[in-house]
Design a protein around this ligand. Structure first.
Ligand SMILES: [Zn+2]
Length: 263
């Protein structure tokens, strides 16, 4: 008869002759007859099962974290934006905070409404938009936030094919955010691209966030042909309008400054 090697937390139960766990008293073996031979197969006791489940839970959590990290890498170019979160807002219970936190619900709507943050710089428009983008990404949906001017710059250097691929990739996300929409500093090369981007926004069936330094009055009163073409696209696409001045009371100044210096 071969000697059974026991771990320090095991014993042989005299009733069934099988190895049991000293902690939970459950068997770590079961008898099986295979081709006429009696075999003792290893099985996990309750504590080992618990440990296995905890390990699986940790692996799932790590995998989820990697997935979210990948979505953020893909959708939020600047690491500074990763830290823009609703829990950094001044008044968590204000009507405005409620409106922003619940914007995620539009992801599932067939005709989702857009949201526009308008008003002068330094009010926290980018911060608030990034809070929504982070919230959407952390819920597992792909979202993207791009600077309007940097996107035009990027598209200028691309071939027709690459440009199409880049725009397809942006507008295939569950949420698209165009940061700092501004037509005042465009050069001749940017103009057709700005029209192309805004046509995509106009036809996009996903929720769209736009931040802009224009006032509502300016957006409603275009001063040239390009503004006359693109401003209505912005206004038609957005149903929720957030005044930067209201936002300024909600967002901490240090967050705004940090974004202004790093973006
Ligand atoms: Zn056990």
């Amino acid at each position: 008869m071969t000697q059974t090697l026991l771990q320090p937390d095991e014993y042989i139960d005299p009733d069934d002759g099988l190895i049991h766990c000293r902690n939970c008293r459950k068997p770590r073996q079961r008898l099986a007859i295979i081709f006429g031979h009696e075999l003792r197969l290893q099985i996990p006791c309750d504590c080992q099962l618990k440990e296995l489940k905890e390990d699986q839970k940790k692996r799932d959590a790590a995998e989820w974290e990697r997935f979210i990290h990948h979505l953020k890498n893909d959708g939020l170019g600047w690491k500074t934006l990763w830290d823009c979160r609703f829990d950094n807002m001044q008044d968590q219970n204000s009507e405005l905070a409620y409106k922003l936190k619940h914007y995620i619900q539009f992801l599932k709507e067939p005709a989702p409404c857009g949201l526009l943050f308008w008003g002068p710089p330094g009010r926290g428009k980018t911060f608030a938009a990034a809070c929504i983008v982070n919230d959407v990404i952390e819920s597992g949906y792909p979202a993207v936030m791009v600077s309007f001017s940097q996107l035009l710059e990027e598209l200028t250097a691309m071939s027709f094919h690459d440009r199409k691929e880049r725009l397809d990739s942006i507008f295939s996300k569950s949420l698209v955010c165009l940061d700092d929409f501004d037509l005042r500093f465009l050069n001749k090369l940017h103009v057709p691209l700005a029209i192309e981007v805004m046509n995509r926004v106009d036809h996009c069936n996903k929720p769209v966030l736009i931040t802009t330094c224009y006032t509502l009055k300016e957006l409603k009163d275009p001063k040239n042909e390009l503004e006359g073409k693109l401003f209505p696209m912005v206004l038609n696409r957005v149903a929720i309008l957030i005044d930067g001045d209201d936002l300024g009371k909600q967002v901490r100044k240090d967050h705004v400054k940090q974004l202004q210096t790093t973006l």
